[in-house]
Design a protein around this ligand. Structure first.
Ligand SMILES: C[S@@+](CC[C@H](N)C(=O)[O-])C[C@H]1O[C@@H](n2cnc3c(N)ncnc32)[C@H](O)[C@@H]1O
Length: 236
């Protein structure tokens, strides 16, 4: 059942003409529903948590008070799909984290809740740090509303979601960027993971980033493909 997803990945990479429908929640529901019992519980676009944990840990530690009384660091994954990013942070990161994964596909959200709570073959997920927690909620990344208060997340992650939203037009992508930056704490970092070239992505991000700095960092190659992490954070 992984084949159509791989094909879709190729379609995204090729920026095929019908890829505008990648902004359609019904398409995503159909894609997320394709993973059947017996298949791996997660499907990751580009790469998984292991490949980027070395990048994420210093960003989480940066400028945030730590110690026994410090509250867990808040992390948001917009368009989490059924990725291993949120589960990886929850089960492998040594820091106390309050992780929220949101996706506009109810199918993706229910699959992740199923994986978290444990059913059938899945034993459920357990935190690496005893104070860590993990939730999944249905939400549109272009309007996170009261679900995500302004300035409340140290780390906002987007792995492949801009790529999908931008297929529906730049206005939606800029709206999502503005929401990600609204919910970001002043010293926090927005990280977009993508295979899109900096020549294309950087001007789009700089347009919406205001006074924040935007930098591109090459990742990989993973399985022969190079990716980028785009970091948006307060200018030093
Ligand atoms: C390319 S997939 C990436 C999924 C996941 N982040 C990963 O790395 O595997 C894009 C995801 O964004 C979600 N998505 C697309 N548009 C969205 C929107 N406006 N709000 C929330 N989620 C959205 C889709 O349902 C899908 O799960």
């Amino acid at each position: 059942m992984a084949l159509p997803r791989r094909l879709l990945h190729e379609v995204t990479r090729a920026k095929c003409s019908w890829a505008g429908s990648l902004a359609d929640p019904n398409l995503w529901d159909r894609l997320h529903a394709q993973a059947l019992p017996g298949s791996p519980p997660n499907f990751d676009w580009f790469f998984g948590y292991e490949e980027v944990q070395g990048l994420l840990l210093p960003l989480l530690q940066k400028g945030v008070p730590q110690g026994p009384a410090a509250p867990p660091l808040r992390v948001l994954d917009v368009g989490c799909g059924t990725s291993d990013l949120c589960p990886g942070l929850y089960t492998k990161c040594p820091l106390p984290l309050n992780v929220l994964g949101v996706d506009f596909s109810p199918v993706a959200v229910s699959r992740m809740k199923y994986l978290l709570e444990g059913h059938g073959d899945y034993p459920g997920l357990h935190p690496r740090h005893p104070a860590s927690c993990l939730r999944f909620l249905q939400a549109d990344a272009r309007n996170l509303g009261a679900l995500c208060p302004s300035g409340s997340f140290q780390l906002v992650l987007d792995k492949g979601t801009w790529d999908a939203v931008a297929r529906g037009g730049q206005a939606g992508a800029q709206q999502m960027l503005s929401e990600c930056l609204r919910v970001l704490a002043p010293q926090g970092t927005l990280v977009q993971f993508s295979d899109e070239d900096p020549d294309v992505r950087l001007p789009c991000l700089e347009q919406g980033a205001g006074s924040r700095s935007v930098t591109a960092h090459e990742l990989g190659p993973f399985r022969g493909i190079s990716y980028f992490a785009y970091l948006v954070q307060a200018a030093q």
